[in-house]
Design a protein around this ligand. Structure first.
Ligand SMILES: NC(=O)c1ccc[n+]([C@@H]2O[C@H](COP(=O)([O-])OP(=O)(O)OC[C@H]3O[C@@H](n4cnc5c(N)ncnc54)[C@H](O)[C@@H]3O)[C@@H](O)[C@H]2O)c1
Length: 360
């Protein structure tokens, strides 16, 4: 895989900087990927995962850091896109010394990259990393952190869904609609509450008996179905994937009865081309990275000194961004996923270019 950008090399990834970090003593092997700093320091979490190979770790960090640039651009943040991976089994090798060694590498980038939590890293780990670097967010409440990011993630998903409802049915509300929520985890639970408060009917599923028990006790009016396959085939207006990636694939899209898909899960499209399949079936898909940006908006706010109301206002704007994307998609005759990418690229180019105006 090529790392260096070149217009005549379509296989290139276009990343600004990719840093390999190693500390033999602690077993640290990390790769920090900075896709773009056009809008500001690159922000993205650190994934700690036992990749099968260095190539797999590199491919993941390149992919994830690029995704963060687009997500942060559309979230309206003055932040670029980056991500890091630590290659290894966190159960086996995570230690104070390893995390601090990693923190020193982050510090050595002098603010070009801000890290945060991702799969395999937690708020407590960020507190350890912060003993070596200023460039870390997503910290514990005791250290000025914002706490549970799923609250604003769910709020943002709800805003994106309102914009989609307006586009399809003419009013920004889910009142009277049947919404299928796949995954009643941290985000799915809050989303269910917003939907019920808005007057929607909720149909849901989860593989975890505790999550099902929670909904039976807290919201007995929610209808439960056996699994995600049953939910996809159910008579619903909106499908909200809030569990794992790949929810929209060659099997689910043809079976889907909903007119709108808006959910929190990352990487909902199983492969490129699924966005076209959805469009051909007349199903409106709001890109996952646009509507699930509430979490990154929250950790980004923490960099300024966390203020929940300010972060919530910014997450509420996901409604406006989704509207703009859906309008652009109609105007340019492309699926919303393509329109979102174009809008993000425009912001990176238009705002990023301003740095060429000399300030002294
Ligand atoms: N938490 C955040 O702030 C945030 C931000 C952006 C994106 N996301 C994404 O949103 C999704 C949900 O995040 P979360 O924090 O709620 O995670 P979570 O782990 O708390 O919840 C996921 C839920 O999905 C259920 N689930 C797993 N497999 C399932 C299946 N096959 N069918 C039905 N249910 C299934 C799990 O039992 C769990 O209850 C993830 O894809 C995550 O990457 C989360």
């Amino acid at each position: 895989m090529g790392v260096f950008a070149s217009t005549d090399d379509p296989g290139s990834t276009g990343h600004e900087q990719v840093v390999f970090c190693q500390d033999k003593q602690t077993g640290l092997k990390a790769i920090i990927g900075i896709y773009s700093t056009a809008l500001g320091p690159a922000l993205g979490g650190t994934r700690f995962y036992p990749y099968a190979s260095e190539e797999a770790a590199l491919a993941d960090v390149l992919d994830l850091s690029r995704g963060m640039a687009y997500k942060n651009a559309l979230a309206g943040l003055d932040l670029g896109g980056g991500k890091a991976v630590i290659w290894g089994d966190p159960e086996q090798i995570k230690s104070e010394a390893l995390l601090r060694a990693y923190g020193r590498f982050v510090e050595s980038l002098a603010g070009r990259y801000y890290t945060a939590c991702d799969v395999g890293t937690y708020v407590a780990d960020m507190d350890v990393i912060a003993r070596e670097t200023r460039y870390v967010t997503g910290r514990s409440v005791e250290h000025g952190g914002a706490g549970d990011s799923s609250i604003l993630t769910a709020w943002g998903v709800f805003q994106g869904m309102r914009a989609a409802a307006e586009h399809v049915w003419g009013a920004p509300t889910l009142a009277g609609k049947r919404v299928g929520v796949a995954g009643l985890g941290k985000v799915g639970k809050y989303l269910t509450k917003h939907l019920l408060d808005d007057g929607a009917e909720v149909v849901a599923t989860d593989v975890n008996p505790k999550a099902l028990e929670w909904v039976r006790t807290t919201h007995p009016q929610v209808e439960l179905v056996d699994d995600a396959t049953a939910l996809v085939a159910a008579d619903i207006d909106v499908y909200a994937p809030c569990a794992l990636g790949g929810a929209l694939n060659d099997d689910t899209v043809p079976a889907l009865r909903a007119k709108v898909v808006t959910g929190a899960a990352n990487n909902q499209l199983a492969h490129p081309g699924i966005e076209k399949l959805l469009a051909d079936r007349g199903i409106l898909y709001t890109p996952d990275y646009v509507v699930n940006a509430g979490g990154v908006i929250q950790v980004a706010d923490e960099i300024e000194g966390f203020n929940f109301e300010r972060a919530k206002l910014r997450a509420t704007k996901i409604y406006d961004t989704t509207r703009e994307i859906l309008q652009l998609a109609d105007d340019e005759g492309v699926p919303p996923a393509v329109a979102a990418d174009r809008l993000a690229e425009r912001r990176m180019a238009d705002v990023g270019r301003l740095r060429t105006i000399l300030l002294r």
